[in-house]
Design a protein around this ligand. Structure first.
Ligand code: GMT
Length: 388
């Protein structure tokens, strides 16, 4: 346990991914005695259902006819400044480079302009598409690079993401952005537990489960085709949890493939451990995936993973031990892996035990949170420019 700090966390209020990581981090830091403020344009669902003592600042900004959309990222900067000028903040921790590292940079710059010797230090955590898809688009790339370079510390959720960030964004002359530290995502292994739901239906058909935001990168239509190939002529079922742009097209495709009776679209749910623990397999078919937080939550529930071998997925899922991986363009292999695990309960059980073990020993929340605290302590001890 380190000395209590005043920490401001900036994040997207998403149902999954970085919104979950930021909310769980905020709650864990508060439980460890830090004063934690969370800034977003809405309350992230994972925070909303917790009684933890995190102070939430919803900054939405004022709509004005000149604005095409309300700039809530600027309202977040003002909200941070108001708090810093009254109560003080030691750390600003931005999750997902855009726009949060930009907001943190602006808030820190304003505090420095105040000639405030206690201007907060700025930590940026890169999550994935902020580097691989959105952040490296020419419309944002120079800004992404700038805020990476201006951060007092940068962390990435996998070694693969750190490598890709270095390749795409690190310049020789910069002050130290290449020292990107890998701090992996984490899981509450008590909440995401194999006993989260006892399986009453002993004789039910084999079941796969998928959780995502149904964006193109998750390739849910591809998953439906692979599932059909793996389970043709069987009663195996697929539960799809979450919502997003590809949900409606996927419903139509399930009908077209004739699997509509075996595929259920559950929408966004809070009861994730109860859905993950009884499943035989968790499936993830992304074309890009820096980490795969849902796969880790499944592993913690003792459910092995069938996934595409992209990005940082192999740092989470050990091929042949805690799950099976296939090349992203190899649907035959993916379907073969899915069939192999869905219809061999002994093998699935053995891999599920290994998955749980891996989650507990490598990704438990208690192991990862101190690594963020160490980053905070390091940047606070640093005398790096531009602090007065
Ligand atoms: O871009 C997305 O689809 C969402 C994004 C996010 O910021 O929530 O997900 C990324 O961050 C998660 C939390 O660190 C990782 O578990 C996901 O793998 C990552 N998504 C991708 O890389 C596609």
């Amino acid at each position: 346990m380190t000395a209590p700090l005043r920490i401001g966390i900036l994040c997207h209020p998403t149902y999954g991914g970085s919104g979950v990581v930021a909310s769980e981090l905020a709650l864990s830091l508060a439980a460890r005695g830090h004063t934690v403020h969370l800034f977003s344009h809405a309350v992230p669902p994972r925070l909303a259902r917790s009684p933890g003592p995190v102070q939430m600042h919803v900054a939405q900004g004022v709509p004005y006819p000149l604005f095409h959309s309300t700039p809530h990222d600027l309202a977040i900067v003002s909200s941070i400044l108001t708090l810093h000028r009254t109560e003080g903040l030691d750390i600003l921790h931005a999750h997902y480079a855009l726009p949060h590292a930009v907001s943190a940079y602006l808030a820190r710059s304003a505090a420095i302009a105040d000639r405030d010797k206690r201007a907060p230090r700025m930590v940026t955590t890169l999550h994935g598409t902020d580097i691989t898809l959105v952040g490296n688009d020419p419309s944002y790339a120079p800004l992404t690079q700038f805020v990476i370079e201006q951060s007092d510390a940068v962390t990435a959720v996998s070694a693969d993401l750190a490598r890709r960030t270095r390749e795409n964004f690190c310049r020789e002359f910069a002050l130290g952005p290449c020292a990107i530290e890998v701090v992996p995502n984490f899981v509450d292994v008590d909440l995401f537990h194999p006993d989260a739901a006892r399986d009453a239906e002993r004789d039910r058909p084999p079941r796969a489960v998928h959780i995502s935001n149904f964006r193109t990168v998750k390739r849910v239509p591809w998953l439906l085709r692979a599932f059909e190939r793996a389970t043709h002529g069987t009663k195996a079922e697929l539960l799809l949890v979450g919502d997003g742009p590809d949900q409606q097209p996927s419903r139509l495709l399930a009908r077209e493939l004739g699997i509509q009776d075996r595929v259920r679209f559950l929408g966004e749910r809070d009861a994730l451990p109860e859905l993950l623990a009884p499943a035989d397999v968790f499936v993830l078919s992304s074309s890009e995936e820096s980490f795969g937080l849902s796969a880790l939550e499944a592993m913690s529930c003792g459910t092995p993973v069938v996934a595409t071998d992209v990005g940082g997925v192999r740092e989470v899922v050990e091929d042949g031990v805690t799950g099976l991986l296939a090349a992203a363009d190899d649907m035959d292999n993916f379907a073969e892996n899915l069939r192999a695990l869905l219809f061999d309960r002994d093998r699935t059980r053995a891999m599920g035990l290994a998955a749980r073990q891996s989650a507990v020993t490598r990704f438990a929340r208690e192991q990862v949170i101190p690594r963020y605290e160490a980053v905070y302590q390091r940047v606070l001890a640093s005398t790096r420019w531009p602090f007065p």
